[in-house]
Design a protein around this ligand. Structure first.
Ligand code: COA
Length: 178
C-alpha cells in the first residue's frame, strides 16, 4: 500500500452514524497496543453519554469512505478550572505510521484552543506525545488522581500562564477511576 499524504484523508467531527465503525476501529487499534485493557471502545461509548463530552472534539479521519483514525478529548477539571483530557487516540493498524495520529492531534489542538481551554492532559507514550509539544504535567504542578510515573502523565499547554492552573485532575465518572 502506498503511504497516505494529508490530501488522502480528511478529518471531520464524528457523527452518530459513525459510532459502530469508530468502536470497531478503537478495538482493532488497541489490540496491538503496548498499553491496553481491551475496553477502550466501551470508554468511548460511555464518554459520548457524559456531560464531559464535547461533540466538536470527537474527530474521525476518513480515507476513501472508511474511518481510519479517531481522537476524543473530553472535559476534566483541574483545581476548579475546566481543561481537557485526550483519550483515546486510535489509528487503524493498516494505516499507522502515516501521520494520521499526528494530524488528529494537531487538529484537536486547534479546536481546543478556539474553544478556550487552557491545556490538554494525556496519559501516554513518553516518546510519541513529546514530539507534539507535550511536557510532563508535573512541571506545571498538575497531578494525576492515580499513581503513574510522571514521564507518562503529560500536558499540552494552550495558554502562556498555565502555571496558574495547578492541582489534581478530576476526570468524568465515566472514566471509572474509583
Ligand atoms: C499511537 C498511534 C495513535 C499513533 O498513530 P500513527 O498515525 O500511527 O502515528 P503517526 O504516523 O502520527 O506518527 C508515527 C510516529 O510515531 C511513533 N509511534 C507510533 N506509534 C507509537 C507508539 N505506540 N508509541 C510510541 N511511538 C509511536 C513512531 O516513532 C512513528 O514515527 P516513525 O514512523 O518515524 O518511527 C497508533 O499507533 C495507534 O492507534 N496505536 C494503538 C492505540 C494506542 O496505543 N493509542 C495511543 C494511546 S496513548
Amino acid at each position: 500500500m502506498q503511504p497516505l499524504t494529508m490530501k488522502d484523508f480528511t478529518i471531520r467531527t464524528e457523527k452518530s452514524a459513525d459510532y459502530p465503525a469508530v468502536e470497531s476501529l478503537v478495538y482493532q487499534a488497541f489490540l496491538i497496543a503496548e498499553q491496553r485493557d481491551g475496553t477502550e471502545q466501551d470508554l468511548v461509548r460511555r464518554l459520548r453519554q457524559s456531560t464531559a463530552f464535547i461533540p466538536e472534539l470527537s474527530l474521525v479521519a476518513e480515507h476513501d469512505g472508511s474511518l481510519v483514525g479517531y481522537i476524543l478529548l473530553t472535559e476534566v477539571t483541574i483545581n476548579g478550572h475546566k481543561a481537557l483530557a485526550l483519550a483515546p487516540l486510535a489509528v487503524a493498524p493498516a494505516y499507522q505510521r502515516q501521520g494520521i495520529g499526528t494530524a488528529l492531534i494537531k487538529r484537536s489542538h486547534l479546536i481546543a484552543q478556539k474553544l478556550g481551554y487552557p491545556c490538554i492532559i494525556v496519559l501516554g507514550s513518553d516518546t510519541y506525545y513529546p514530539r507534539l509539544g507535550y511536557q510532563p504535567a508535573a512541571k506545571y504542578g498538575i497531578k494525576a488522581p492515580f499513581e503513574v510515573p510522571s514521564k507518562y502523565y503529560q500536558v499540552y499547554p494552550l495558554v502562556r500562564n498555565l502555571t496558574e492552573i495547578s492541582g489534581t485532575v478530576a476526570y468524568a465518572p465515566e472514566f471509572d477511576l474509583n
